[in-house]
Design a protein. Structure first.
Length: 238
């Protein structure tokens, strides 16, 4: 059986992916900060789930937990980083921005580096990053969220380039969701909010296909293309 770890399995996309991996004969390591939610998920398949309670902002203990979890699984083929956070922050409350940066940049980088190094040593592996369409342009509503997702997109591309240069079969997948029906979908006037099950299903198919960059659902590619083309003078007034 293949072995996967999902960082951020307590709810939303991470939880959905953990379930779909189990349904497709993976042994799965699940992680998150909320122990009670991990235990609920673990109870569904205690024979295939292995769990570790961790906070990605505590980088030292995160690495220890990842190494222990990998040992319990008996190896690692796939790691998914789905632990990002984001809040509407119109008032620029620095505590909100700081926590977003700590999670989406510091914690993310720690895990991505650990995973890549692990796969580099075993000369194979697959790293999946759940970034966001929001990473394409900035946002006055959630400045840190969009900025940190842009960081993830670029960092992920750097790792993909590194694997190509090394000529190693390390696959790097950047999944960029639009709005998914989870607690992360915040704000008024939201559109194209996709059901979680549909989004997770498309993500799983993309992971199996080892795609490099994926927009979920597929029609969000249109929004991404428009965002990239929109002149700065126009975007600044939105």
């Amino acid at each position: 059986m293949k072995k996967a770890i999902v960082i951020g399995s307590t709810s939303g996309i991470g939880k959905g992916l953990a379930k779909i991996f189990v349904a497709n004969n993976y042994n799965v390591g699940i992680t998150g900060r909320r122990k009670e939610l991990l235990l609920e998920l673990n109870d569904e398949h205690p024979d295939v789930f292995k769990l570790k309670v961790l906070d990605v902002t505590d980088t030292a203990s995160t690495i220890q937990h990842l190494e222990a979890l990998t040992a319990e699984l008996g190896g690692l083929d796939l790691l998914v980083i789905s632990s990002g956070i984001g809040e509407i922050n119109e008032t620029l409350d620095f505590e909100i921005e700081k926590q977003t940066i700590a999670t989406n940049i510091i914690g993310f980088t720690c895990i991505a580096d650990w995973a890549y190094t692990f796969f580099e040593k075993q000369k194979a592996g697959h790293l999946v990053v759940i970034s966001s369409v929001g990473g394409i342009r900035g946002s006055r509503h959630a400045p840190a969220y969009n900025a940190t997702k842009a960081y993830q997109i670029n960092y992920t591309e750097g790792l993909r380039q590194k694997a190509a240069k090394q000529k190693l079969p390390i696959f790097i997948t950047d999944i960029r969701p639009g709005l998914v029906d989870t607690k992360m979908a915040k704000g008024e006037g939201l559109f194209w909010v996709m059901p979680l099950e549909k989004a997770v299903g498309q993500m799983y198919k993309s992971i199996v296909a080892k795609k490099k960059v994926v927009y979920v659902t597929k029609r969000w590619r249109l929004i991404a293309a428009l965002l990239k083309l929109l002149p700065r003078a126009v975007y600044d007034r939105l």
